[in-house]
Design a protein around this ligand. Structure first.
Ligand code: DHK
Length: 186
């Protein structure tokens, strides 16, 4: 499975910008977590950031041939970009919109994403963990309803069990391992 993750303007400044809203995790650290999770699950990952609307539109268009699922944090373009909305409508696979902060609890400017009407699901307010949740959901949707994915994840977690205390990220992935009976169909 091929996942493309896109990040919009100012997300390259994570760790520095308004840490009371966005936390202290850098985009580089988020990318490393996503790459680690992709390796766990056997997914191919392309991870991008751009401050430019047209470049993001180009990347969304390229996802048509390069990705099975798209995860996007459109940042400020969430609230303004009809061009990105139109591009997202062309993508045929599942799209997950991620926001680090809970935009619904934000000020008027940051409350209503125009792009949400073009996506499968929106994850807001989970911090950087939202990217991992989106990757898991993407894998479940794309890979045969998730049956193979869940098996692979369980195997990966068993393999990683020895290192569990050494890796905070492994503990984070651990919380994704819930019985199949608790995973509702998407
Ligand atoms: C990031 C931004 O840059 C804001 O413009 C959005 C989003 C929220 C986030 O929470 O990841 O409003």
């Amino acid at each position: 499975m091929r996942i493309m993750i896109l990040n919009g303007p100012n997300l390259n400044m994570l760790g520095i910008r308004e840490p009371h809203i966005y936390g202290s995790t850098t985009l580089k650290a988020i990318k490393a977590s996503c790459e680690e999770f992709a390796a766990f699950t056997g997914a191919q990952l392309a991870f991008h950031q751009s401050n430019h609307e047209g470049e993001l539109v180009d990347l969304i268009q390229s996802a048509r041939k390069d990705a099975d699922a798209l995860i996007i944090n459109p940042a400020a373009y969430s609230f303004t970009s009809i061009a990105m909305y139109d591009a997202l409508k062309i993508f045929e696979g599942p799209i997950f919109e991620v926001h680090i902060s809970n935009i619904h609890a934000r000020d008027e400017l940051h409350r209503h994403s125009k792009l949400s009407a073009a996506v499968k699901a929106v994850i807001a307010g989970l911090g950087p963990y939202g990217y991992i949740v989106a990757m898991q959901a993407a894998a479940r949707l794309v890979e045969l309803g998730g049956r193979f994915f869940q098996l692979r994840l369980e195997r990966a977690l068993v393999a990683a069990a020895g290192d569990r205390l050494q890796s905070r990220r492994t503990v984070m992935f651990d919380s994704l391992l819930v019985p199949n009976s608790l995973i509702f169909p998407l």
